[in-house]
Design a protein around this ligand. Sequence first.
Ligand SMILES: NC(=O)c1ccc[n+]([C@@H]2O[C@H](COP(=O)([O-])OP(=O)(O)OC[C@H]3O[C@@H](n4cnc5c(N)ncnc54)[C@H](OP(=O)(O)O)[C@@H]3O)[C@@H](O)[C@H]2O)c1
Length: 273
Amino acid sequence: MSTGAASTNLKIGIVGFGNFAQFLAKTIIKQGHSLTATSRSDYSQICLNLGVSFYKDVEAFLEADNDVVMICTSILSMSEVMKPMPLHCLQRPTLFVDVLSVKEFPKNFLLQVLPEESDVLCAHPMFGPESGKNGWKDLTFKSNRSFSRLFWFAVLVLKKEEGCRMLEMSCEEHDKMAAKSQFLTHTIGRILSEMEIKSTPVNTKGFETLIQLKENTTKDSFDLYSGLFLRNRFAKQELENLELAFKKVKQKLLDRMIDVQDIDDVPLSQRVE
Ligand SMILES: NC(=O)c1ccc[n+]([C@@H]2O[C@H](COP(=O)([O-])OP(=O)(O)OC[C@H]3O[C@@H](n4cnc5c(N)ncnc54)[C@H](OP(=O)(O)O)[C@@H]3O)[C@@H](O)[C@H]2O)c1
């Protein structure tokens, strides 16, 4: 950890400076921690505006002596970004925090490639640029392990300053629940988007919720959505459950249609009320 006058301030490096990383960076910077970043694309101008040091060169990024390295790449690109990293350039044992929206896959991968002396925190902030735009208070941050350095990260960056609710669970538990909740939510949002649902003059509250869902889920990249499916072994079952449930509901309606037709075929004078 950094020591001295700024003992509560951490040096945090971010790998992958896309949409979500920039959102996190704004809050982390506000708390007085110092940030560095590296990414496939050139974010030097955005970083300059935010007060983040941007390194195109990964080696220089790793040599920047960070306490914490946060992995904010897309789910699908994480291994291709991390594998060739010259991790021998790290100046000391470092806490790696992955914030990918699936957890078993990064845990297994990172435990294989990171130096033994590194700590790994597999975390999933259950909020993003939309749900967290008015602050992170009471939003949930799921993580799989606690270490001393994690303690500092959690307390300083998330809990104390931003009031996040911390939930600890295994990566497997996380992925099971996320398949049943987040993946399902995104799938419904994507289906509604395929249907091109639009606001009407007779919107119900429920329909407005659907429009909001469509808009929120399609703001995330398709890369993110497909990662929720391809890197979570529980997601395929949920997709099948959804399909089955849809077929059941459809069948119930079709059965009812036949009942109603039978009634309609009986002359009004012969119907029993
Ligand atoms: N958005 C959210 O609300 C949210 C919430 C919690 C967790 N997360 C997690 O945070 C991570 C980032 O999410 P996101 O919303 O910013 O969008 P994303 O589309 O999942 O990821 C974008 C990031 O991935 C990098 N990337 C994509 N393909 C790459 C490739 N082939 N090689 C190298 N880098 C590549 C991009 O780098 P460049 O920009 O440099 O091209 C960018 O930094 C994801 O793992 C996601 O699951 C997101």
